[in-house]
Design a protein around this ligand. Sequence first.
Ligand code: PSU
Ligand code: MN
Length: 310
Amino acid sequence: MIRLQGEIRAALDAAAPVVALESSVIAQGLPVPANRECVERMTAAVRAEGAHPAITAVARGVPALGLEPDELERFLARDGVRKVSARDLAVAVAQGADGATTVAATLALAHRAGVSVFATGGIGGVHRDAPFDESADLLELARTPMIVVCAGAKAILDLPATLERLETYGVPVVGYRTADLPGFFSVDTGLAVGARAETPDDVARMFLAHRALGREQALLVVQPPPADVALPRAEVEAAVERALARARAEGVRGSAVTPYLLAAVTDATHGRSLKVNLALLEQNARLAASIARALAEHHQNRAPGGKTHR
Ligand code: PSU
Ligand code: MN
């Protein structure tokens, strides 16, 4: 029931590398016109590494990997496009809605379609002053065996609590050329991650071991934002505190919290956080593509022409 664009279907059939991309970052996470730049940079980065980009969304009720140009325009204009997390998928389909998928919903669709690697900016997690607000991203990461490349969890979250939850759920967190959890807008957080990888093939081998053990969780690869655009940790922290105070004062709740805080942080940093956000999304797309390629090479070595990763 998931519609695959021709290019993506052919790539999956040939066991060629495919990278899933989420659409909530396009329709809710980034402002216009930066969201268009995000799509261009991420898809170009995936292609430059020899992989196929698969933007994941619900298009007028059709769960899809790969959007047609007119559909992409609707998501970029975000006209009547709702934010769709895992639980919202069925409702969006039944109602024929346009839905931009979060990490949780993208995991659900992309895995079902047979994709193994997914690039995003930051995952959702445990929010700071509301212990009852925890992103569904965590639960889907706990039960979806895909490699997810990100720059950590969004800076607006309670990062120690988010890391603890990932540990509880058995989600391996692997630093890409770092031993520290990146801070999304900043290079590090001072929090240690459990493991470290130096090459895309290191990641591919970890994931294959994970799967060979029958583990069903995602493997989370965290990569710091490029150092030349990253912001100092203290500045990000101050901006987040101001954004949280505003959100509290305005009574922002539920799925509106994440988009609200991201926009408030962009304001507070005079747009510099936006530059970091775009740069890390592109960099994560590139790394995800090279990991997808490494994974495809392993599968090809094992079963020539096989489709073992589906
Ligand atoms: N990171 C960003 N921008 C975003 C998001 C993450 O830089 O827009 C989105 C992702 O789609 C993520 C979602 O899955 O926010 C989490 O939302 P919530 O906390 O409501 O689950
Ligand atoms: Mn939430």
